[in-house]
Ligand binder design. Structure first.
Ligand SMILES: *[C@@H]1O[C@H](CO)[C@@H](O)[C@H](O)[C@H]1NC(C)=O
Ligand SMILES: *[C@@H]1O[C@H](CO)[C@@H](O)[C@H](O)[C@H]1NC(C)=O
Ligand SMILES: *[C@@H]1O[C@H](CO)[C@@H](O)[C@H](O)[C@H]1NC(C)=O
Ligand SMILES: *[C@@H]1O[C@H](CO)[C@@H](O)[C@H](O)[C@H]1NC(C)=O
Ligand SMILES: *[C@@H]1O[C@H](CO)[C@@H](O)[C@H](O)[C@H]1NC(C)=O
Ligand SMILES: *[C@@H]1O[C@H](CO)[C@@H](O)[C@H](O)[C@H]1NC(C)=O
Ligand SMILES: *[C@@H]1O[C@H](CO)[C@@H](O)[C@H](O)[C@H]1NC(C)=O
Ligand SMILES: *[C@@H]1O[C@H](CO)[C@@H](O)[C@H](O)[C@H]1NC(C)=O
Length: 875
C-alpha cells in the first residue's frame, strides 16, 4: 500500500481524499471519474479574504452529465459554495492556518451519493526562511511491496498502483534545485540501492528538469516550471541494487504544475468593428468581443470578465451599450441611437482575469468601433412651399422648375434618394418630374406640349418620397409636399387652313372672274392682335387668284376639266396664309376643285388617216370617234357625210356599225389612186349634242388581189411599227435565201445535165427526161382542179400586227419575183414543218397533194401560178 510519510503540512489534510481517490481508482480503471477532478484544491492569496470574495472553483466532474449535485462547505460560517462550485468568502477575516483548510462536500440529490474534497487556502509566502523551513519536511514515497502476505496467502500486487500526484506551483522562485519528494524502498536497509527517474522532464526532453539523488532518493526540480508550457509531468522512478538489478517495480510519479496567474488576457483583435441600426431598441445585440487567457481556464487565473471602460462620444447618454461580462456580447441599453447625430461610437473594452477582480486580476483592453447604420427616419422635405417656373407653349422636354429638397439620411442611399410625384393640378399629364441623381433635385419637365390658348397657368401639387418607405412610426411632414406654379408663355403659332384640303365641286367652263369660294385660315394666337394675308403658292394652270385680305378665290381663266393639269377631275391649288407676328408664321392649305364635265368638246374622227383600194371590194375603212368629254357627253356617236361638196356623198358611203364605230366605203366602182380628204360629221350624245366636221385623209391605192396596197414607196413614210419592219426584214431575208437556193439548184442541175450528156445519147436523153418528169406529176397544169382554192393567204397570215381599219402595204412581195422559190424554201426546217402540216391538212380534206406543190401555191402570186412552170418542181 501507498504510504505517505512525513507529508508536509499542506498535504496532510488531503489524506482522506487521497485514499478515497485511490480506492476508486483501484476499483474502476475508468476513463472518466465521477467526483472532483482534483484531489485537493489550493489557492494562494496575497491578502486576507474579504466578504463575498470569490476564491476558487471546485468544479464537480459529472461524467454522464445527469447528476445534480449540491455543494456544502464544512465551514458554512466562513465559506459558501454556489451551484457552479464557486467558493466565496462569507465574511472578511484574516487568513490563518485555522481557516486554511476545510472540506467541500458534493451530494447527489437523487442517489444521496456523497463526495468530498479538501480546499487549502494559503497566503503568499513572504519570508524566504519559511519556504526553506517548509522544504525541510519532505514527503516520502515508498515503493510498494511486490507481494504481500495477506491472511497467509501470497497476493499479487496490483500493477498500476497509483501514487498521488505531486503538485508543484509554476514560476517558483527557488532556490533550485528544490526538493520535492523522497523516493525510498524498504529494501534499502539490507541493500545498497541506487534510485533513478526516467521520462520527459528527466532523461527525455526537456531533460534535466527533474533530478534524483541516486543514494538518498531525493527528487528535485532544477528550474521554474511553466504550466502553460507543460502542465503535467509523468516520471517513472526506479530502484536498482549495486549490481544494477531491479529490486522494485518502477512506480509512476505524476507532477502537476499548479497554475499561477502569470498570463494576461489577450483580445483576438485590437479593433473590433460592429454595426447597429439607428433607432434600435435597448437590448439590441451589436457585436461580440473575445479575449483569451493562457492560464488555466478552469481556475480563476483564466476566468475572464469583460467590461466597458469608456464610450466616446458620450451622447446622448454615456452608457449607450453594455457588455455581457462573461460572453463579451455588446448590446444596447439606451434608446436614442441616431446616425444623424452620432455616426460612430468607440468603446474601450477591458478583459480581466481572476473573474474580473480588479485587484488581483490581470487586464487588457481593446477598442470596439460601433457604426450606427442609417434607416430611413428622415423624409425628404422641400426647401420652399412654392416653386415657380415658366415654359413657352408647344415645347416639350424643357425644364420648367427645379425643386430642391433636403433629407438628413445618408446621401445617395435609398433612404435619401427622392422620388417626386405630381399629386394634383395636372389632370392631362402634361408634366413629369425627374430626379437629378447628384443633387436629389426634382426637375419638372413638360411631357406633352401645352397650349397657351387653353391653359395659361398651372398650379401643381408635388410630393416627395424616398425610394424606401419611412421607418415605422415616422410620418411624412407637410414639408414633403409643395406647390409648383407654372406660367405658360404665349408664342406666335402658324395660322392654319381648315378644312385642309378644302374640296369644292364646280362645273368646268366657268367664266373668268367668277368667285369660287372663300378659303381662310385661322390663327391659334387668340390673344395676339394679328392679321393674316393670303397668297397663292401653286396654281399649275394659273386659273385662280386669292384676295390677300379675305381669302376669296376668283377664277382668272376658264376652268377646263380636260386640262392636263386636272387628274381624275380634280384640280389642286395651294395657298399660303401668313400672320404679321414676330417672327411671322405661316401655314399652307390646298383647294381641290372637283370639276364637273360639260359637253364642251366635239368628237373627232379616229384614225385621221386611212387607206383603201381603188375598187370598193373588199375594202372598207373602220372609223371611230374621239371625244375628250366623258359619258354622257361622249358616245354613242352619229357619223355622217356632209352634203357639200356634192362629190363626197357620191363617191363615199358611211355605214354605222355600232355607237362607236362606222365603216366608210367607196361608193363608186373605181377611184383613182391618190390622197382624198373626206369630211365626216360626227355628233356626240351630249345635251345639247356637239358635232364637228373632221377630215379623214384617205389614201386610195392600187391593190393586189388580196386587197393590199401595192404602193411600196409610201410604206416607210406611213409610219410603220417595229413589228412591221421586222416582218419586212424577215421577208427580205427569206427572199435572199430563196435566191441563193435557186442559184445552187441551178448549178447542180447544170452539173447533172453535163454528166448525163456524157453517159447517154443527148437526143434520147432530152425526151426521156421530159417523160420521166411528167410521171412524177406535181405540175399545176397536170392537176384537174382549181388551184386558186388553195390560195388562202389571209387565213394563215398573222393578222394581229395589222391595225384595224388600216391596210398594210408591205406584207407580201409586191411583184411575183422570184418566180421559182418553191424548192429553195424546202431546206428551211421551219418552213418544211409548215409545208408538211399544210399538206396533212389538205390531205384530210380529201385531196392528195404533193407538199412541195402546196408550197408553190402558197408563195406564188396568182398571175404566176396560172402560167405553170412545171420544170421547177422536178427532181
Ligand atoms: C534484513 O535484515 C533484517 C535485520 O537487520 C532481517 O530481519 C531481514 O530478514 C533481512 N532481510 C533480507 C532480505 O536479507
Ligand atoms: C475593423 O476596421 C478597421 C478599420 O477598417 C480594421 O483595421 C480592423 O482590422 C477591423 N477589425 C476587424 C476585426 O475586422
Ligand atoms: C457579471 O455580471 C453578472 C450579471 O450580469 C453580475 O452579477 C456580476 O456581478 C458581474 N461580475 C462582474 C465581475 O462584474
Ligand atoms: C437646381 O437648383 C440648384 C440650386 O438651386 C442648382 O444647384 C442646380 O444646378 C439646379 N439644377 C438644374 C438642373 O438647374
Ligand atoms: C391633288 O392632290 C391630291 C392629294 O394630294 C392628289 O392625290 C392628286 O393627285 C393631286 N392632283 C393633281 C392634279 O396634282
Ligand atoms: C369623186 O370622184 C371623182 C371621180 O369619179 C373625182 O374626180 C372626185 O375628186 C372625187 N371627189 C371626192 C371628194 O372624193
Ligand atoms: C371642228 O374641227 C375643226 C377642224 O377639224 C376645228 O378647227 C374646229 O375648231 C372644230 N370645231 C369645234 C366646235 O370643235
Ligand atoms: C371594222 O369593224 C368591225 C366591227 O368592229 C369589224 O367586225 C371589222 O372586222 C372591222 N374591219 C376592219 C377591216 O378592220
Amino acid at each position: 500500500m501507498c504510504r505517505i510519510v512525513g507529508a508536509p503540512r499542506t498535504l496532510l489534510p488531503l489524506l482522506a481524499a487521497l485514499l478515497q481517490a485511490s480506492v476508486e481508482a483501484s476499483g474502476e480503471i475508468a476513463l472518466c471519474k465521477t467526483g472532483f477532478p482534483e484531489d485537493v484544491y489550493s489557492a494562494v492569496l496575497s491578502q486576507d479574504v474579504h466578504e463575498g470574495q470569490p476564491l476558487l472553483n471546485v468544479k464537480f466532474s459529472n461524467c454522464n452529465g445527469k447528476r445534480k449535485v449540491q455543494y456544502e462547505s464544512s465551514e458554512p460560517a466562513d465559506f459558501k459554495v454556489d451551484e457552479d462550485g464557486m467558493v466565496y468568502a462569507v465574511r472578511s477575516f484574516p487568513l490563518s492556518s485555522e481557516h486554511a483548510k476545510f472540506l467541500i462536500y458534493a451530494q447527489d440529490k437523487e442517489t444521496q451519493e456523497k463526495w468530498q474534497v479538501a480546499v487549502k487556502l494559503s497566503l503568499k509566502p513572504t519570508l524566504p526562511e519559511d519556504a526553506v523551513k517548509e522544504s525541510q519536511e519532505i514527503e516520502e514515497i515508498v515503493f510498494p511491496r511486490q507481494a504481500t502476505k495477506h491472511n497467509g496467502h501470497l497476493q499479487r500486487q496490483k500493477r498500476d498502483w497509483v501514487i498521488p500526484p505531486i503538485n508543484l506551483p509554476e514560476n517558483s522562485r527557488g532556490p533550485f534545485p528544490q526538493e520535492l519528494v523522497r523516493i525510498r524502498s524498504d529494501r534499502d536497509k539490507n541493500l545498497s540501492l541506487r534510485y533513478s527517474v526516467t521520462g520527459p522532464g528527466a532523461d527525455q526532453p526537456p531533460t534535466g528538469i527533474f533530478i534524483i539523488n541516486p543514494i538518498s532518493g531525493q527528487l528535485s526540480v532544477t528550474k521554474p516550471l511553466d504550466r502553460e508550457l507543460i502542465a503535467r509531468f509523468h516520471l517513472r522512478a526506479h530502484a536498482v541494487d549495486i549490481n544494477g538489478n531491479q529490486v522494485e517495480n518502477p512506480i509512476d510519479i505524476v507532477i502537476n504544475v499548479i497554475d499561477m496567474n502569470d498570463n494576461r488576457p489577450e483580445f483576438l483583435h485590437q479593433v473590433w468593428n460592429g454595426t447597429v441600426p439607428e433607432g434600435s431598441k435597448p437590448g439590441t445585440y451589436v457585436m461580440t468581443v473575445t479575449a483569451i487567457d493562457a492560464d488555466d481556464p478552469n481556475a480563476l487565473n483564466g476566468m475572464l470578465r469583460y467590461r466597458i471602460l469608456s464610450q466616446a462620444p458620450s451622447t446622448p447618454s454615456p452608457n449607450m451599450f453594455t457588455i455581457n461580462n462573461e460572453t463579451g456580447d455588446i448590446i444596447t441599453v439606451a434608446a436614442g441611437l441616431d446616425r444623424e447625430k452620432v455616426q460612430q461610437y468607440t468603446l474601450i473594452i477591458q478583459a480581466t482575469d481572476m473573474e474580473g477582480n480588479p485587484t488581483y486580476g490581470l487586464s487588457n483592453t481593446a477598442t470596439a468601433v460601433i457604426t450606427v447604420t442609417d434607416v430611413n427616419d428622415n423624409p425628404p422635405e422641400f426647401t420652399a412651399m412654392t416653386f415657380y417656373g415658366e415654359v413657352p407653349e408647344n415645347r416639350v422636354d424643357v425644364i420648367v422648375a427645379n425643386l430642391t429638397v433636403t433629407d438628413k439620411d445618408q446621401p445617395h442611399t435609398p433612404a435619401w434618394n427622392a422620388m417626386y410625384r405630381i399629386s394634383g393640378g395636372d389632370p392631362t399629364g402634361r408634366f413629369a418630374i425627374q430626379t437629378d441623381p447628384n443633387s436629389n433635385d426634382g426637375l419638372v419637365t413638360v411631357a406633352k406640349p401645352i397650349d397657351f390658348e387653353t391653359n395659361r397657368m398651372f398650379v401643381l401639387t408635388v410630393a416627395a418620397e424616398n425610394q424606401v418607405p419611412l421607418a415605422k412610426g415616422i410620418q411624412h411632414p407637410p414639408q414633403s409636399t409643395a406647390t409648383v406654379s407654372v406660367t405658360v408663355i404665349d408664342v406666335n403659332e402658324n395660322p392654319y387652313f381648315a378644312p385642309n384640303p378644302k374640296i369644292i365641286r364646280q362645273e368646268e367652263g366657268l367664266h373668268a372672274g367668277t368667285m369660287l369660294t372663300t378659303f381662310t385660315a385661322q390663327d391659334p394666337d387668340r390673344y395676339m392682335q394679328q392679321n393674316i394675308r393670303y397668297t397663292k403658292l401653286s396654281d399649275p394652270a394659273n386659273w385662280l387668284k386669292i384676295d390677300p385680305v379675305n381669302g376669296q378665290i376668283t377664277t382668272i381663266a376658264v376652268l377646263d376639266r380636260e386640262s392636263p393639269n386636272v387628274k381624275n377631275n380634280i384640280y389642286n391649288a395651294t395657298f399660303l396664309a401668313s400672320d404679321n407676328g414676330i417672327p411671322p408664321m405661316s401655314g399652307t392649305g390646298t383647294l381641290q376643285i372637283y370639276l364637273l364635265d360639260i359637253n364642251d368638246n366635239a368628237p373627232q374622227v379616229l384614225p385621221q388617216e386611212a387607206e383603201t383600194c381603188e375598187t370598193p371590194d373588199p375594202n372598207s375603212i373602220n372609223i371611230t370617234a374621239l371625244d375628250y368629254d366623258i359619258d354622257p357627253n361622249a358616245g354613242p356617236f352619229a357619223f355622217d357625210l356632209p352634203l357639200s361638196p356634192v362629190t363626197i356623198k357620191r363617191n363615199w358611203t358611211i355605214t354605222r356599225l355600232n355607237g362607236d364605230f362606222a365603216q366608210l366605203n367607196l361608193k363608186i366602182k373605181f377611184l383613182e389612186a391618190g390622197i382624198y380628204e373626206v369630211p365626216i360629221i360626227i355628233t356626240d350624245s351630249g345635251n345639247p349634242p356637239k358635232s364637228n366636221i373632221s377630215i379623214l385623209r384617205v389614201k386610195v391605192c392600187q391593190c393586189d388581189s388580196n386587197g393590199d396596197c401595192t404602193d411600196v414607196d409610201r410604206i416607210v413614210g406611213a409610219g410603220l411599227g417595229t413589228g412591221a419592219i421586222i416582218a419586212i426584214l424577215l421577208c427580205i431575208i427569206i427572199l435572199l435565201i430563196l435566191v441563193l437556193m435557186f442559184v445552187v439548184w441551178m448549178k447542180r442541175r447544170d452539173k447533172e445535165r453535163q454528166a448525163k450528156q456524157l453517159l447517154i445519147d443527148p437526143e434520147d436523153d432530152v425526151r426521156d427526161n421530159i417523160l420521166k418528169y411528167d410521171e412524177e406529176g406535181g405540175g399545176e397544169e397536170d392537176q384537174d382542179y382549181d388551184l386558186s382554192q388553195l390560195q388562202q393567204p389571209d387565213t394563215v397570215e398573222p393578222d394581229a400586227i395589222k391595225p384595224v381599219g388600216i391596210r398594210r402595204l408591205d406584207e407580201r412581195p409586191i411583184h411575183a419575183e422570184p418566180q421559182y422559190p418553191v424548192r429553195s424554201a424546202a431546206p428551211h426546217p421551219g418552213d418544211i414543218g409548215d409545208f408538211i402540216n399544210e399538206a396533212q391538212a389538205q390531205a384530210e380534206r380529201g385531196r392528195t397533194l404533193n407538199p412541195w406543190s402546196v408550197g408553190t401555191v402558197w408563195w406564188r402570186p396568182r398571175e404566176v401560178a396560172s402560167v405553170g412552170h412545171s420544170e421547177i418542181l422536178g427532181t
